[in-house]
Design a protein around this ligand. Structure first.
Ligand code: ADP
Length: 463
């Protein structure tokens, strides 16, 4: 079976979140079972060497002809195609945060999606694996062109749906018959994600719990009814992490590498890391938050709980970028409390050091399709403190059932979160129980091995 995995971001080229990790780790894990390669946009800011031009074609969309070029490279054994196209390849930010790019996002990702389909035809692809709204319209273009290519559409985050005005249909050459409630239309606008859901042969989410949650009004982001209608083709497969990139036993960014038998070296990382911050004292328990600072991640709740947390003899380190309201509040808290350091940056290397230094990893997400950070934290021997939602619920357990141990709170309230922090203090005091949980987590399998087998089974079921 020839599979093409389409995404808007992938490590090591471009990353804003977990999708980039998955677009690298999952195809790599699937490579054992099938012929798979990845396709990405060749964004304007990517300066890549050793790309080989393999295809070029004209793409007709809405009466306009676009010249497309396709490049190829091998990224550590995995084939990656890059689509070079007008608008897409001149942009300076992948999701076009400046006005002109943002206004053209329908065309940028519409051209990308239509090019993916044309590339799939030329490569004689059997199955296209699409990810999130940026590639969702490829399923519609396959339907519109009556092609026999099978499609799997994975929802990494339902909160971002790629919604544009009705005129975008015309710009993208989408036949008017698809603009209705059962297909692309969403309150008078074009909803790209609906196209992926309606026209893919299978729809998956990145954790089993999230597959259930999105069928409810609370988490369905307006698509719960539509998803319920398509629920017979919906399932959830838990993400994994790249256990080679995230491996404390060989991580080049660490002061000292370590595994579950050499935890004294983890402590050396904590000492070295704290020296680079104002926090200093390594004997204090270190709580780390490493996250996009957006509502989804429960940052508001965190900010409410932090003042009382910081009264204790602990250290807190927060690494993240995001909403100004949150960064302002975190800056204010950090200038008031000597035991809180906030770094408002995106820094891959620093993130590895912070995972290795952490005793606890705090992730109170309001909702979480899967979440990779908690898995990375556990692999680095930090105990996660999480809200019981989506993939957090599926990967962290407070009772000794299943892989991944941590502190889990059910209700998204300040009281419940505070109680969870109290339980963390209690666990830390019981040195033996704490150590046992750390070792248990470090020895859990968070790789994509199991997930890849489930995706393979799903692919095969479509033929
Ligand atoms: P999401 O995709 O919703 O942002 P995930 O937990 O699935 O959340 O993935 C987040 C990824 O981004 C993790 O690999 C995490 O380490 C990384 N990350 C988040 N914020 C930062 C940051 N400020 N610096 C470096 N890495 C970060």
């Amino acid at each position: 079976m020839r599979v093409l995995f389409a995404a808007s971001e992938m490590l090591p080229y471009v990353k804003t979140g977990g999708l980039a990790d998955v677009a690298d780790a999952l195809p790599r894990a699937l490579k054992k079972y099938t012929d798979i390669s990845v396709v990405l946009p060749l964004y304007g800011f990517l300066e890549l060497q050793n790309l080989e031009k393999v295809e070029d074609f004209e793409l007709e969309l809405g009466g306009i002809s676009y010249s497309i070029e396709v490049y190829f490279t091998l990224q550590e054994g995995l084939g990656v195609y890059f689509i070079k196209a007008p608008l897409l390849s001149t942009t300076q930010h992948l999701y076009g945060y400046n006005d002109i790019d943002y206004a053209n996002n329908d065309l940028r990702f519409g051209i990308f999606s239509a090019s993916i389909v044309e590339l799939a035809v030329r490569l004689k692809i059997d199955l296209l694996h699409l990810n999130d709204w940026h590639t969702a319209l490829a399923a519609l273009f396959i339907e519109q062109r009556s092609l026999a290519i099978k499609t799997v559409f994975t929802i990494h985050n339902l909160a971002y749906q790629g919604i544009f005005s009705q005129e975008s249909c015309e710009r993208l050459g989408i036949e008017p018959s698809y603009f209705n409630m059962d297909a692309l239309e969403f309150y008078g606008q074009l909803n790209s994600m609906k196209g992926g859901i309606a026209y893919s042969d299978a729809v998956t989410t990145v954790s089993p719990s999230y597959a259930q949650e999105i069928l409810t009004g609370e988490f369905g982001c307006g698509l719960d009814g539509f998803l319920s209608y398509h629920s017979d083709k919906l399932s959830g497969i838990l993400n994994g992490i790249n256990t080679e990139v995230f491996d404390p036993a060989s991580d080049p960014h660490l002061q000292e590498c370590y595994d579950s038998t050499t935890l004294e070296n983890k402590y050396k990382n904590k000492v070295a890391f704290l020296k680079t911050t104002k926090l200093k004292d390594p004997r204090k328990t270190l709580f780390v938050v490493l996250s996009r600072l957006v509502e989804q991640k429960g940052i508001e709740l965190l900010i409410k709980v932090l003042p009382e947390m910081l009264e204790k003899k602990i250290n807190v380190f927060v690494l993240g970028e995001g909403k100004e309201l949150y960064t302002n509040k975190l800056n204010a808290l950090s200038s008031k409390h000597a035991n809180l350091e906030f770094q408002n940056v995106y820094d891959e290397v620093l993130s590895h050091k912070a995972y290795a230094a952490a005793d606890f990893f705090v992730m109170p997400s309001l909702f979480e399709p899967c979440g990779l950070a908690q898995m990375i934290a556990m692999r680095y021997g930090a105990i996660p403190i999480v809200h019981a939602t989506g993939g957090l619920k599926d990967s962290v357990h407070e009772k000794k059932n299943g892989c991944g141990r941590g502190i889990v709170f059910e209700k998204f309230t300040k009281k419940e979160f505070s109680k969870a922090i109290e339980r963390a203090f209690k666990l830390k005091k019981d040195t033996e129980a704490f150590r046992e949980s750390v070792v248990f987590n470090m020895e859990c399998d968070f790789s994509f091995e199991r997930g890849a087998k489930s995706y393979m089974k799903l692919y095969e079921s479509l033929f």
